[in-house]
Write a protein that binds this ligand. Structure first.
Ligand code: PGA
Length: 260
């Protein structure tokens, strides 16, 4: 049984006070969040709001994540943040290889693999993102692209690393566009990813790997996505910026008046 994991990716949003106010409102929206052990909830603020978010989350079981890190551990790397620094700031997870980092900041699969290694060595759990562009999907190259991203980004991984690893399938054409993959499309791709990793580095441990879907996840589509057998959670951008909508997502709520 894979425990669901829902993560908020705040990207380049949220000042410290806004992060604090979000957490207070979000926790009050949830029923008894300290007791709810049925799923993992994660928030990834920008670095500058990590501490304010951590303080506001004290006494809840909502975990903190970084959005990126350096694969270097220390030294003359101006502007960088190490895995150990993230752990020191209270993080348990870190997003790696998000498509915005790959496309806007030229991050390669090799960079991602080094970051995954740095996180695992620091006892943090990487949330490794993969996903194809619309052009790649429409030209039938999506599986080859995903396979190359998985092989490159997870190079050197051992089956026992699986329990500390989370994958996020985020089709680039669905991120921030309002165009979600259908539950069937997402399920088919998640099954492909799991089978690919099972035949490769993770072996049978791939059955226990948690794979999130990301790309225009909203309160009104979370339930059908989570009903798919290989979808184990969600990585949420835009809809995680409002406490009420993120609370509805972690409760798998449908909006009022929508038949379930
Ligand atoms: P979105 O972003 O939910 O706004 O599409 C998801 C992501 O980029 O992780």
């Amino acid at each position: 049984m894979r425990r669901p994991i829902i993560a908020a990716n705040w990207k380049l949003n949220m000042l410290r006070q806004e992060a604090h106010d979000f957490v207070v409102a979000f926790l009050s929206e949830l029923n008894n969040p300290t007791q709810d052990a049925s799923l993992d909830i994660v928030i990834a603020p920008p670095f500058t709001a990590l501490d304010a978010t951590r303080q506001a989350l004290t006494a809840s079981n909502v975990a903190l994540a970084g959005q990126n890190l350096s694969f270097e551990s220390s030294g003359a790397f101006t502007g960088e943040i190490s895995a150990e620094m993230l752990r020191d700031a209270g993080c348990r997870y870190c997003i790696v290889g998000h498509s915005e980092r790959r496309s806007l900041f030229a991050e390669t699969n090799t960079d991602v693999a080094r970051k995954v290694r740095a996180l695992l060595e620091a006892d943090l759990q990487p949330i490794v993102c993969v996903g194809e562009t619309l052009d790649e999907r429409e030209s039938g190259r999506d599986q080859a692209v995903l396979a190359a991203q998985l092989d490159g980004s997870l190079e050197g991984l051992e089956p026992e690393d699986t329990r500390n690893l989370i994958l996020a399938y985020e089709p680039v054409w669905a991120i921030g566009t309002g165009r979600t993959a259908t539950p069937e499309q997402a399920q088919a791709t998640h099954a492909f990813i799991r089978n690919h990793l099972r035949a490769g580095p993770l072996g049978d441990q791939a059955k226990t790997l948690r794979i999130q879907y990301g790309g225009s996840v909203k309160p009104d589509n979370i339930r059908t996505l989570m009903a798919q057998p290989d979808i184990d959670g969600a990585l949420v951008g835009g809809a995680s910026l409002r406490p009420d909508s993120f609370a509805r997502i972690v409760r798998f709520d449908q909006p009022e008046n929508t038949p379930s």
